[in-house]
Write a protein that binds this ligand. Structure first.
Ligand code: HEC
Length: 203
């Protein structure tokens, strides 16, 4: 469910940006007639895409266990870019149209950066602590749950995971899908300890 909606969100973002980019180009090269025609053609698809984008975005927000500061900045940026775009296209103010496009692109850069932000539970967590359970409880529990079967944000059920140890280390280090990598956040020893602990959750 989460994965499918996340995919839908990404696809709607790409389509949305594409429509937006074409409109901005029309505006920048002073093809106002072309812009009017294009706007008319994409009106309904654009409404559907925007609706999908918002609904999936809101659903995903309700699923994120910890909303990081950069994520909040991202959402505020996206929300503010909308009136700027509307005014920009209505009044044909090129600077505003470009600004709103840059804001949306920047927002996605921020979302990517927020993945590298240290989770709250790990702030002040000692680097010398290599107790697998404690690391798991601080770093993994929010998505995988204490027993490994919570499956938040499309997380794999660790009770039934058949992933081998080296791939497990790789996944924890570099992340996969909505799981952020822990390289640079946990030490190699801590990643190792978390991987060992995660295997004990197999049933
Ligand atoms: C933000 C949520 C989140 C956090 C935090 C998180 N995971 Fe994950 N985890 C996921 C998701 C989502 C997947 C599925 C990734 C994919 O789409 O392939 C996953 C997959 C995995 C897998 C692969 C299982 C398999 O069979 O494919 C392992 C192992 C794993 N996580 C262990 C951990 C460990 C250990 C930690 C803590 C150090 C952790 N995870 C923290 C969300 C999270």
């Amino acid at each position: 469910m989460y994965k499918a909606l996340h995919q839908t969100h990404l696809i709607s973002v790409v389509l949305f940006l594409l429509i937006y980019l074409i409109k901005t180009i029309f505006l920048l090269i002073n093809k106002n007639e072309g812009l009017a025609k294009f706007t008319k053609i994409v009106k309904i698809p654009e409404m559907i895409i925007s609706l999908l984008f918002f609904c999936t975005g809101i659903y995903m927000l309700t699923q994120i266990p910890e909303i990081k500061s950069l994520m909040i900045i991202k959402i505020v940026t996206v929300v503010f870019s909308i009136p700027i775009a509307i005014i920009g296209f209505k009044k044909k103010i090129k600077v505003l149209a470009v600004l709103s496009l840059l804001m949306i692109i920047g927002a996605y850069g921020m979302a990517e950066m927020s993945k590298k932000q240290r989770p709250k539970a790990l702030r002040g967590f000692s680097e010398s602590n290599v107790n697998g359970k404690e690391i798991y409880n601080a770093a993994c529990i929010e998505c995988h749950g204490a027993d490994g079967n919570k499956e938040i944000m499309g997380a794999d059920n660790l009770n039934v995971s058949t992933m081998d140890f080296s791939l497990r280390i790789e996944t924890i280090k570099n992340g996969a899908g909505e799981m952020n990598g822990f390289k640079g956040i946990l030490t190699d020893e801590q990643i190792n300890a978390a991987a060992v602990y995660s295997e004990t959750l197999k049933k």
